[in-house]
Ligand binder design. Structure first.
Ligand code: PLP
Length: 241
């Protein structure tokens, strides 16, 4: 067992992680002929405490991501004084839509019509507008079970539903690379789906793709938003549920 870090030590560790990550993103952008200013970094803070979110905000991070309502809700409440945009990136049950709509600004995981309706109703009741991304499954059909995401063919229709919903705004698309396969062709497929959706919805420019292990490939394929946990905050401990 190592002793827990003091807040100053943790701040220094996060500052180092952020500098290394920005250098990695810069190199990937240079290799892809892209401007790093086109990329938005979302710090995925799941399993890490609100104190880390506060330290990251002090280091200039403005976007944070979470994947479970039970954890995200109290964390967002503890950090309500900070100028942060909250991204919900995990699978979302319809019965959690109302809770998540109360603190999240962007929902990355919209993958079915029922969820579009639930989020729209919840946001309208709160007098809020939620930005929603269509989560696209890049898994082969037999592996897609339980991983979330709409089939690529279904994504444009879902995008139309989000765009037509009262309290929702269509932001674009999101995907997680397939397990155990080269992420590049999958992210290229996502770029095609995104371009297809932009034909009817030119403002839906977000392509949320790229995590700690595959952000270079995502940048090469046109990602606009990176969701990074481990490479910034360190390894996650197992969560006790
Ligand atoms: C946890 C998570 C991430 C971040 O993953 P890392 O590999 O730690 O960077 C990104 N997206 C989603 C949907 C996640 O659940």
């Amino acid at each position: 067992m190592t002793a827990p870090l003091t807040p100053d030590e943790r701040r220094a560790e996060l500052a180092d992680g952020l500098a290394a990550l920005r250098a990695r993103i810069g190199a990937a952008c240079a290799a892809a002929g892209r401007d790093a200013a086109e990329l938005t970094l979302i710090a995925v803070t799941k399993t890490f405490p609100a104190s880390d979110v506060r330290l990251l905000a002090g280091l200039g991070v403005t976007e944070v991501g979470e994947n479970r309502d039970q954890e995200a809700r109290p964390k967002a409440a503890e950090c309500a004084d900070l100028p942060l945009t909250w991204h919900f990136v995990g699978r979302l049950q319809t019965n959690k839509a109302r809770a998540v709509a109360g603190y999240a600004d962007v929902i990355h995981s919209v993958d079915r019509s029922r969820l579009v309706r639930a989020l729209s109703d919840a946001a309208a009741r709160d007098g809020r507008t939620l930005r929603c991304l269509v989560q696209v499954s890049l898994d082969p059909a037999e592996a897609a079970e339980g991983r979330g995401g709409a089939a690529p063919d279904a994504a444009p229709g879902l995008a139309d539903e989000i765009a037509a919903a009262d309290a929702l705004e269509l932001g674009g698309v999101m995907a997680v690379a397939p397990l155990g396969a080269d992420p590049r062709p999958a992210f290229a497929r996502l770029a095609e789906v995104a371009a297809d959706i932009r034909r009817n919805h030119p403002d839906a420019r977000i392509v949320s793709a790229g995590m700690s292990g595959d952000l270079e490939q995502a940048i090469a394929c046109g990602a606009t938003h990176l969701r990074v946990g481990t490479a910034l905050l360190g390894g996650r401990r197992a969560i006790v549920r």
